[in-house]
Design a protein. Structure first.
Lengths: 415, 261
């Protein structure tokens, strides 16, 4: 950031620069030295960022036409679909965009798990990421409530009811969240307000996420530190063009949903207006919450904790434990490419999360209940027991000396 | 990676098997619709026949609140024809003198509902208000196929009709057997029963029950998604643009990176 542009600047630019270092700031982004060996999994951070912007812009326009009232919300969404100019496009982009956002972010998170992006010195980058994920989940949940269809209403009911599991104050907290004694007008109105607010808080945390990243610099697939300037290339034009290519592919997939299968990821019941007297036969969240829903419903009574509270603790715990990952995994080797045992455990975890997704989509009965319990147990076993043990007993493969000289060091001290 | 993909496929198959059992209704018949596929468009003539079926049969009990009479121009009616459809219904309004009065519906109005409110609709229909049909095609798994299957799926119950616990079942009161309806019991009487029930006029296919069912489900597909054609047209252009965009940036990316080793 210190280096001023080498080419002579016009006087007005210097004048501005001395008062607001905006040009050197842009310069920093252009020159940001980035490891030259990043693979396509490193595209998903910028994809998530661009998706956030698209969601905010489409959301602001949708908000101009939406009515947060229990009697009019459903009809106002229909009006957007039918009468607002390109309203069908905005609505489809925004609804499918939520899912695309989660696709990008989940890949981003799993990339972090595979390549050890949570390890020193990137712990704060990782923590900011988890906070972003939690905020995204809250935002997506409240956004799903706004169309006020059957699934909107019952999702709101089920999720807010979770808080009643908290001992002593649970009921009071639920009433406070609802703004009444059930999910109703005050609930819809505040969810709308918060759904508008939270994305901007996400932007704030994203700034910190990137600020911290640019302080410690990007990791890379080899998981070794940058040794010399030969290992890096400037972000622009190398990664800007690569990101643009990735963006094209991502937008193509998004477009296929938006234009040719707008309801593929939605639930038919959400085209039925909310009715507090009729409970849908299966209440299911959007697919990107299914693994967490499975954990919630799989958890049985544990000692003196009833199943509901245990489920809530397990569901939130499944994300909160990620905060401790930098200590749970004490291995100094970052990339799973050099950690044979961790690599296997990683892929089993991926399968486990997919299994949990299917469990969440099916009623917790019969075989599905048993699979849910096993998969939930494995999830916690992976992070709390397996990862710490592997970190201690695994012998990593020898690491290359540097990014530009992939010569393998003769031996690596056990981490 | 391969492990993950394989597990996903196995689970998808398992999941499909268990949900079809849980729904306990017959899978809908598969119909080929003019509006299917990436390039599919609505068949205007069919939508107009479907409108006749809707007005002549469904509208007796079902509302179509999200559709306005002005929208009928989109399915090929002239404005005066659309006006004529509207004028068959009356709506309440407050006159200039502040007194309630009735007037004929106009293009600016929503389709007039057959009952003044949900309670009245329920009271007249075995205590269950007939659902609004504006979004019925989107609100049911199977969409237009489901709609067609229900309309043509009435029959006598099977001889040894039993519930999950093996107890014999039978129909009571207004109940009808329809294997495509979840739970197999539907209270709606068969709406389309005889050939020629709706007058299709000249230059139209024979108004068989099957044809009427197809036509009205096509009409309801339009009612649920009137911007479908614009959506697909725009989509084709957007996808073509993005293919070009992606290809151009791929070439630039490879050129820019040529000397990075």
């Amino acid at each position: 950031m210190s280096a001023m542009p080498t080419t002579p600047q016009p006087r007005w630019m210097r004048w501005v620069e001395q008062r607001l270092p905006i040009f050197s700031f842009v310069q920093h982004f252009n020159e940001y030295p980035t490891p030259k060996n990043l693979n396509y999994f490193w595209n998903f951070g910028s994809l998530a960022g661009i998706t956030l912007v698209i969601m905010i812009v489409s959301g602001i326009v949708l908000a101009m036409h939406y009515t947060p009232h229990v009697d009019y919300a459903f009809d106002s969404v229909e009006r957007i679909r039918r009468d607002v100019n390109h309203g069908w496009l905005l609505r489809s982009m925004h609804a499918n965009g939520g899912a695309m956002f989660f696709i990008a972010v989940y890949i981003h998170v799993f990339r972090g798990l595979y390549y050890g992006s949570y390890k020193a010195p990137r712990e704060i980058v990782w923590w900011m990421g988890i906070i972003i994920l939690l905020l995204m989940m809250a935002t997506a949940f409240m956004g799903y409530v706004l169309p006020w269809g059957q699934m909107s209403f019952w999702a709101a009911k089920v999720i807010t009811n979770l808080f009643s599991a908290i001992p002593l104050v649970g009921e009071d907290i639920t009433t406070w969240l609802w703004g009444g004694f059930t999910v109703d007008q005050p609930t819809l109105n505040r969810f709308y307000s918060l759904h508008y607010l939270l994305p901007f808080i996400i932007v704030g945390v994203v700034v910190v996420h990137i600020w911290s990243l640019h302080t410690v610099k990007s990791g890379n697939p080899l998981g070794i530190d940058v040794k010399s300037p030969k290992d890096t290339i400037p972000f622009h034009p190398y990664y800007t063009v690569k990101d643009m290519f990735g963006l094209g592919v991502f937008l193509l997939i998004w477009s296929i949903f938006v234009f040719f299968a707008p309801d593929f990821m939605g639930h038919p019941d959400n085209y039925i207006p909310a009715d507090s007297q009729v409970t849908p036969p299966h209440i299911v969240p959007e697919w990107y919450f299914l693994p967490f829903y499975a954990i919630l419903r799989a958890t049985p009574d544990i000692l003196f904790i009833n199943a509901k509270l245990a489920g809530v603790i397990a569901m939130f715990g499944s994300i909160l434990l990620l905060f401790f990952l930098p200590w749970l995994d004490s291995s100094k080797v970052r990339s799973a490419n050099y950690r044979p045992a961790y690599r296997v455990a990683f892929w089993i975890l991926v399968v486990d999360c997919i299994v949990l997704g299917f469990c969440g989509a099916n009623p917790p009965e019969g075989a599905w209940l048993h699979i849910s319990r096993a998969a939930t147990a494995w999830y916690f076993f992976h992070f709390l027991i397996l990862v710490p043990i592997i970190a201690r007993v695994e012998t990593p493969k020898p690491l290359p000396f540097s990014i530009s000289e992939p010569v393998v060091k003769p031996a690596v001290a056990r981490a | 990676m391969r492990l993950a993909i394989a597990a996903g496929l196995v689970l998808a198959a398992l999941s499909a098997a268990s949900t079809s059992r849980a729904a306990e209704a017959e899978k809908p018949k598969s119909v080929s619709w003019a509006h299917d596929g990436v390039f599919g468009t609505f068949d205007r003539k069919q939508l107009q026949r479907g409108l006749k079926v809707f007005m002549g049969s469904c509208a007796t009990c079902h509302s179509l609140r999200q559709v306005y009479y002005r929208n009928l121009v989109e399915i090929g009616l002239t404005p005066s024809e659309a006006k004529a459809v509207a004028a068959t219904k009356e709506i309440d309004e407050i006159g200039d003198d502040g007194q309630p009065k009735k007037r004929k519906a106009e293009l600016k109005d929503r389709f007039v509902s057959p009952f003044p409110n949900a309670l009245a609709a329920a009271a007249a229909n075995s205590n269950k208000a007939p659902p609004d049909l504006s979004l019925i095609v989107k609100a049911r798994a199977g969409g237009a196929d489901h709609c067609y299957s229900i309309l043509t799926g009435y029959s006598e119950p099977p001889k040894d009709w039993k519930d999950e616990e093996g107890r014999p079942r039978k129909l009571e009161g207004a109940q009808q057997y329809n294997k495509y309806f979840p739970g197999e019991i539907i209270v709606m009487p068969p709406p389309l029963t005889s050939e020629g029930q709706i007058d299709y006029g000249k230059d139209a296919p024979k108004a068989t029950v099957d044809q009427m069912a197809r036509d009205v489900c096509a009409f309801l597909s339009w009612a649920a998604d009137p911007t479908m054609e614009e959506r697909k047209r725009t989509g084709i252009k957007v996808v073509l643009f993005l293919l070009l965009f992606t290809a151009v940036f791929f070439v630039i990316y490879r050129r820019v990176w040529k000397n990075v080793h």
